[in-house]
Design a binder for this molecule. Sequence first.
Ligand SMILES: Nc1nc2c(c(=O)[nH]1)N(C=O)[C@@H](CNc1ccc(C(=O)N[C@@H](CCC(=O)O)C(=O)O)cc1)CN2
Ligand SMILES: Nc1ncnc2c1ncn2[C@@H]1O[C@H](COP(=O)(O)OP(=O)(O)OP(=O)(O)O)[C@@H](O)[C@H]1O
Length: 199
Amino acid sequence: MPQSNNANQREKIRIQTRHKRNHLDENFQHQAAEQLVQQASKLSEVIQANSIAIYLANDGELDTKPLINWCWQQGKHVLLPVLHPFTKGHLIFLQYKPDTLMHNNKYSIAEPKLDVTQVVPFKNVELIFTPLVAFDDKGQRLGMGGGFYDRTLAQATNTKKPYTIGLAHDCQQVDNVPIEPWDIPIPKIITPTRIIKAE
Ligand SMILES: Nc1nc2c(c(=O)[nH]1)N(C=O)[C@@H](CNc1ccc(C(=O)N[C@@H](CCC(=O)O)C(=O)O)cc1)CN2
Ligand SMILES: Nc1ncnc2c1ncn2[C@@H]1O[C@H](COP(=O)(O)OP(=O)(O)OP(=O)(O)O)[C@@H](O)[C@H]1O
């Protein structure tokens, strides 16, 4: 069956924006990571959250290491996404501390080794910083294509919902992400230079 025009458009945007972010030089990436801390640390949603899911950068993504260090300094619990051991396409969140034992997942992204005592139930996650490949000013996001974050955000109930903030380089913004029914828009995106509010 031929792919729909929407799927083709999404794939084209993925290729273009992944290419752009993979070609940012080391110096630029370093500065961007520091600027991210300046931007994130002034937001009330970030200041107020005690359990924050972040990610470890891969594929030219905005580097989160300085943000993670800032969170630790503030006494916050930092969590990382871990591929669900049995349910394909799903994530779980584990505590991440300076001495956490790590291993590489099937995408070669470092993640905490599975330890049931370190799993944080989704309802206890207060804030999620999501990685993304492309975003627009309406808060629509396109990821790596696994649907991991779409499935995660779909679990949010009305009663207790983690606030979601996307992190991206400015060059990952596009005019319009062609959306699919399962896409969940996010209320805010932080880039090294801007805070984009879509709420
Ligand atoms: N830093 C980071 N961690 C993350 C994500 C992410 O986007 N960024 N994810 C967000 O969902 C999940 C992992 N999802 C991913 C999905 C695809 C690929 C990837 O590299 N795909 C390759 C094909 C690799 C293969 O099939 O073996 C590619 O498209 O080139 C990476 C991560 C959980 N952790
Ligand atoms: N809530 C959901 N329930 C079941 N399947 C889903 C859900 N969300 C997404 N999917 C499926 O996941 C696949 C990938 O979706 P998509 O291309 O939108 O991922 P993505 O946004 O790039 O990835 P991510 O959300 O991990 O950043 C699609 O086949 C889609 O049908």
